[in-house]
Design a protein around this ligand. Sequence first.
Ligand code: FAD
Ligand code: NA
Length: 389
Amino acid sequence: MNADLVVVGSGLFGLTVAERAANELDLNVAIIDRRSHIGGNAYTENEEQTGIEVHRYGAHLFHTSNERVWDYVNRFTDFTDYVHRVYTRHQDEVFPMPINLGTINQFFRAAYSPAEARALIQEQAGELAGTDPQNLNDKGIQLIGRPLYEAFIKHYTGKQWQTDPKDLPASIINRLPVRYTYDNRYFNDKYEGLPVDGYTAWLERMADHPKIDVRLDTDFFDEGHDYSRSAVSGQVPVVYTGPVDRYFDYAEGDLSWRTIDLEQEVLPVEDFQGAPVMNYPDADVPFTRILEFRHFYPQRNYTKDATVIMREFSRFAEKGDEPYYPVNTSVDREKLLKYRDLARGEDNVLFGGRLGTYKYLDMHMAIGAALSMVDNKLKPHFTGGASIE
Ligand code: FAD
Ligand code: NA
């Protein structure tokens, strides 16, 4: 064993920890991943036939307002000036998203001013004013009124959860943003862009260090390699970014997740939909949205003979599926508290990342959390002898 630290999982959380441990703390780091590639869910690859960069685990848009994270990621890659915008196809008509003045005026065939639109939505939301919504359907109507809710949110959410919104808890949505301007920029963050040379080049640069040993196709729970759980246990500190319930052999039960089935297709046209993301909010279409990857990099000289699209189908995950979004029921939250206690009691092991903490984290949040873990746990341990718990 010549590693000072073992990192389980090469997603952005694990990569950030490994990079800082090698460069800032001067440690020998082993980073293992059960997958055959680096980068976790941010991984991309060039589709064989077209060379178009495809996000294997769904569209990843980088955005942040965190100065420290922005400085940090810029050490490994430049970012393009890409600005994310989403459209939605309802009853064979295409509207801009998130719901804004353009959406409203198109939908109601009107030319409302911001104040007129606001008054209209308020009136429509008034249908359930003063009531305490008991399910997502009532909550949605109360937030933006029935017409917009039923057109753009109801079935889309129902498809995401494979559940009628009348049977979903109201707590799934706190707010449904409606903008009373024509601004349809999707994110509000200060910084936004896509890595100029693609995600995988960025992620590989993070791990490119003589003191970082990357082992792919290597599962922490499999025996027979240097960094298995039994080989490292009690020998060397571990940062674990796999599923927390798996670590404890599901002792408190399985945490529930949603997954997405992604169906990729190469089409013999230059441009299929004219935009990177088209939502499908109607009940009669089984998928939730279609990605078209060429639009993430309009500056690239991609082929004009073909394009790559990906349809997304959302459903509850079963064992063996990729866990994507925590379902986070009250039962899940009770289990999570128990797993957190177990995790605290596990000496020499720190749990991080979206799987290790059962939390949806955007990339910038995963990176920020990893930098904090290095500051608050690893640095005190390796430079001051503090114990890791
Ligand atoms: P992951 O990327 O999941 O990495 C965890 C790694 O651990 C995986 O590679 C896994 O193989 C490995 N692992 C698990 N168990 C073991 C084991 N036993 N042994 C060895 N290795 C193991 N963020 C954004 O900022 N913008 C977006 O647009 C965006 N879109 C997203 C879309 C989808 C569908 C999803 C699911 C996420 C999206 N994210 C987005 C979030 C982004 O993917 C996460 O921030 C990022 O994945 C978090 O990194 P992580 O390291 O915590 O987890
Ligand atoms: Na611990």
